[in-house]
Ligand binder design. Structure first.
Ligand SMILES: *Cc1c(COP(=O)(O)O)cnc(C)c1O
Length: 346
């Protein structure tokens, strides 16, 4: 186990001894009755952390986004987001299946679109058109390479949403990475959005769980749709305890993951056949292109895997490597050495 460097995702982390102790000690109750004190504590803490009236614990980041979309939209509505957005690419068509919503994907820069692109995409009110209802900004943007949304870009998008009466949701699955990278507090971002979701099961290192936060009426609707989508859970304080532990112990240390990602990126950028600008690596996600001389991305990923370094080919020529709690600086050194071997062996 220990000689594998698993860079596939920051979801692969295992609960630490300290987190397992917090799980074992958690006070629990039936959360469908609203009786779980640890879940209630987590929801209150997250509402405060994110500067919103209320928050709801859900099993996954996908469900956080999907209940938010369902709480806001009706069938025939349109959701506007960057083409690299998780809800558009990686939630199994949830917006159309669960909410009857069509998506207007914008071609942004590494997951960040401009207010001009948004303004141009908003539909006039006309019987022919879907109703523009909701906008998602994903911070950090995963498929874009862990991109941090510039705060002024969020503010500009927010102002346009207010002008046009659109609900602005932030998919903050990795909001804490954005905060650590930018030195900003979560509320500096979330003051500009109507609702926000955040994952505990990514870099924060909890086994399961996400939060969605927003105005009380919105959270009441999310609560109903969580039940409808099958995401209401019972003595789930054992997971909320892991999430609380993660907020206490694993948020600031994300800086180590960012440093590891940066070091990996700088080394990879020097290798023949790999195209990567280290300046684009802002957080814990490293995305790079492999040139045809090395074979396809899948070929390269396979050769890396055979040598104990696990990554994901996210396209024909694209590879993603993600740093996290369970990857040490020494393992990054090993990964770099293996990459060197793999590009040389061609
Ligand atoms: C991981 C992720 C999610 C949620 O994923 P789940 O696997 O459903 O928890 C949502 N948004 C982004 C940007 C993500 O990276």
């Amino acid at each position: 186990m220990s000689d594998i460097v698993d860079l596939r995702s920051d979801t692969v982390t295992r609960p630490t001894a300290g987190m397992r102790a917090a799980i074992a000690a958690a006070e629990v109750g039936d959360d469908v009755f609203g009786d779980d004190p640890t879940v209630n504590r987590l929801q209150e803490r997250c509402a405060a952390l994110l500067g919103k009236e209320a928050a709801l614990f859900v099993p996954s980041g996908s469900m956080a986004n999907q209940v938010a979309i369902r709480a806001v939209c009706e069938p025939g509505d349109e959701l506007i987001c960057d083409e690299a957005t998780h809800s558009y690419n990686y939630e199994a068509g949830g917006p159309s299946a669960l909410s009857g919503v069509s998506i207007r994907p914008l071609p942004g820069q590494r997951g960040v679109f401009t207010v001009e692109q948004l303004e141009a995409a908003i539909r006039p009110r006309n019987v022919h058109f879907p109703v523009s209802r909701m906008v998602i900004v994903e911070n950090t943007n995963n498929r874009g390479g862990g991109t941090v949304w510039p705060l002024d870009a969020v503010a500009a998008v927010s102002a346009a949403c207010r002008t046009h009466g659109l609900h602005l949701h932030m998919d903050g699955a990795r909001l804490m990475n954005a905060c650590v990278a930018s030195g900003r507090r979560p509320t500096e971002y979330t003051q500009h959005v109507d609702s926000v979701s955040m994952c505990f099961s990514k870099g924060l290192g909890a086994p399961i769980g996400s939060i969605v936060a927003g105005p009380r009426g919105f959270i009441t609707r999310c609560h109903r749709f969580r039940k409808m989508f099958g995401g209401a859970m019972r003595q789930v304080g054992i997971l909320a305890a892991a999430a609380l532990y993660a907020l206490d112990h694993h948020a600031e240390r994300l800086a180590e993951d960012h440093a590891n990602a940066r070091r990996l990126a700088e080394a990879l950028a020097t290798l023949p056949g790999i195209r990567l600008d280290p300046a684009t690596v802002e957080t814990n996600i490293v995305i790079f292109e492999v040139e045809p001389t090395l074979g396809t991305a899948a070929d390269v990923a396979e050769r890396l895997r055979a040598r104990g370094v696990w990554v994901i080919a996210t396209g024909a020529t694209k590879i993603r490597a993600v740093t996290h709690l369970d990857v040490s600086p020494t393992q990054i050194d090993r990964a770099i050495a293996v990459f060197r071997e793999v590009v040389k062996s061609r």
